[in-house]
Design a protein around this ligand. Structure first.
Ligand code: ZN
Ligand code: ZN
Length: 553
């Protein structure tokens, strides 16, 4: 009997974001990715959502390494939070490690993790596993597919995956090696990206997008051009740089992360721009405005990003007018549509000419669509399959796709956040769930639970109404109050009448309750809450948070 391998899915199976899993054998753990997710409108005040790290923290002494597949936030964003508790080496490509190094330096955690460089197609021991790192195409440079050679066979993790046959850097997905592994020794388990499993066809190649962008920029003669893109999408930025050089424009970077990533990529030779063709935003005013191409952040309508600031006329660097063309070389991530629309409207108010991916093919996904996923399945011929990296519906779509590829139902193991599986000589068994809670970050980690979030939603929707009363329990009397204080409930002219009505109702019910000599402060609180809630609802049909404050003496 070979020792079993256990995999615990800590995040990313049920949402796009916070990808993290623990792969272990004989008591030794390797963490594969440790990402975060950003808070949305349904999570008021939440900066980030982390995987439930408690399993990793509790078993911290058994963690021997972390593999970082690529440098997107949904794969590396939670590393600082884990490294606050545990120390381990991190394996990744030069670009991935460069991005992680910056992150760890910012949080003063560089001494907690030794960064170990992985080159394309390297094979090395990582903790208890003999690992191969294969190049993969995606919307960020130098991502890696990981093939873990275990005593239970090869486990292949696709990383964020697309099949770009003409990638900007010429670094194609190493399908040949996957095919070779499939032939000898065979792939026991495939875990693959499900993000676009419900989209038919193939994603467009990044170079096709570059040609369209170049044409668009060529047509903007005499105008200043500003392009918003993800700061980590260095291949897109490479194509913008090429277009700038071809049209005699200077590439100007705007936004801290844009500047930092461009520097890192140039240092590593991943981004090639001649020195005289690239400048920092500080130099913008010295340049002929019709001969610049500004690349900036804010393609998702992020409130503090450069483009958003321009749209509201608050940018330190750029005042937009009808000589400007703004290009969104991106697609709004689900949930960001409204914020992006607000930015577009702001730009239109300045007379700016706007182009976006709904008008022209100037963006492509970094995640493979159905035909690309089917190609991976047919090359890898896995014995078992677990769809990962996706919302619930994406995981279902990927399972369906695998079935369509001829995989038997009982070989597709459907897992969600918190689920554990065990690979043994007998096959793969679903062990159950260890939880998989969301961990919210708002200032510090872990001080925010679903109860607080529930309260925030109520406060945001209907406001609050507090009732303050002083009582003497022995005499059964109200000494002072009830005083009613509310916020965000109703407008001022009507407010006084409503507050008085609430105070009267609470007073009446409290007097009755105080007749009982055994009544407690807690019980009086309930009485006050009920009386106030009834009155508030009768008069305003709203449900503000009712906060009774009953004091004795
Ligand atoms: Zn990614
Ligand atoms: Zn991802």
């Amino acid at each position: 009997m070979a020792p079993p391998v256990k995999i615990t899915y800590l995040g990313g199976l049920g949402e796009i974001g916070r990808n993290c899993m623990a792969i272990e054998t004989e008591g030794r753990i390797v963490v594969l990715d440790c990402g975060q997710m950003f808070g949305g409108d349904d999570l008021p005040g939440v900066d980030a959502v982390l995987p439930d790290l408690s399993y990793l923290i509790e078993n911290g002494d058994r963690i021997e390494a972390c593999i970082a597949t690529h440098a997107h936030e949904d794969h590396i964003g939670a590393l600082p939070h884990l490294l606050e508790h545990v120390s381990f080496p991190i394996y990744g490509s030069a670009f991935t490690l460069g991005m992680i190094e910056h992150k760890l330096r910012e949080s003063r955690l560089l001494d907690k993790a030794e960064l170990r460089l992985v080159n394309d197609n390297d094979r090395m021991d990582v903790g208890p596993f003999d690992c191969e790192f294969l190049p993969v195409t995606h919307s960020i440079p130098s991502g890696n597919i990981t093939a873990l050679h275990t005593k239970q066979g090869v486990i292949l993790h696709s990383s964020d995956f697309k099949l770009d046959l003409t990638p900007v850097d010429g670094r194609r997905t190493n399908l040949a090696r996957i095919g070779a592994l499939a032939y000898e020794p065979g792939i026991r388990l495939l875990m693959a990206d499900s993000t676009n499993a419900d989209s038919p066809g193939m994603s467009k190649s990044e170079t096709e997008i570059g040609a369209n962008l170049a044409n668009l920029i060529r047509g903007q003669e005499g105008r200043r051009v500003i392009v918003a893109s993800f700061a980590s999408h260095l291949h897109r930025i490479q194509q913008l740089a090429d277009a700038a050089v071809a049209t005699g424009r200077t590439l100007v970077t705007l936004g801290l992360s844009m500047k930092r990533n461009v520097k890192l990529a140039r240092d590593l030779g991943i981004l090639r721009v001649p020195d005289h063709s690239i400048r920092d935003i500080d130099d913008l005013e010295d340049l002929d405005q019709s001969k610049v191409l500004v690349v900036c952040t804010g393609s998702q309508g992020e409130p503090r990003a450069a483009l958003t600031q321009m749209a509201i006329g608050a940018s330190r660097w750029l005042k937009l007018d009808d000589n400007d063309t703004v290009v969104f070389s991106s697609h709004p991530i689900p949930g960001n549509e409204a914020a992006v629309a607000t930015v577009r409207n702001g730009l239109a108010r300045h007379g700016v000419k706007v182009f976006h991916s709904g008008m022209l093919d100037i963006h492509t996904s970094g995640h493979g669509k159905q035909q690309e996923l089917q190609t991976l399945h047919s090359v890898a011929v896995p014995e078992w399959f677990v769809p990962v990296h996706g919302e619930y519906a994406h995981l279902v779509a990927h399972s369906d796709l695998a079935r369509k590829m001829g995989m038997a139902d009982d070989r597709i193991v459907f897992c969600e956040d918190g689920d554990q599986i065990e690979i043994s000589d007998d096959g793969i068994e679903h062990l159950g769930s260890i939880g998989g809670d969301h961990l919210y970050v708002d200032g510090t980690v872990g001080d925010l639970g679903s109860a607080v979030l529930g309260d925030r939603r109520v406060l945001g929707d209907d406001g609050f109404c507090a009732i303050v009363v002083h009582v003497d329990l022995e005499r059964g009397e109200i000494i002072a109050g009830p005083d009613v204080v509310s916020r965000g409930w109703v407008e001022v002219p009507a407010l006084v009448g409503h507050e008085t009505a609430v105070a009267d109702a609470v007073e009446q019910d409290l007097m009755k309750a105080l007749d009982d000599r055994d009544v407690t402060i807690e019980k009086l609180g309930q009485v006050a809450r009920r009386a106030a809630g009834r009155t508030v609802n009768d008069r305003t049909r709203r449900r503000p948070m009712i906060v009774p404050v009953i004091r004795e003496g």
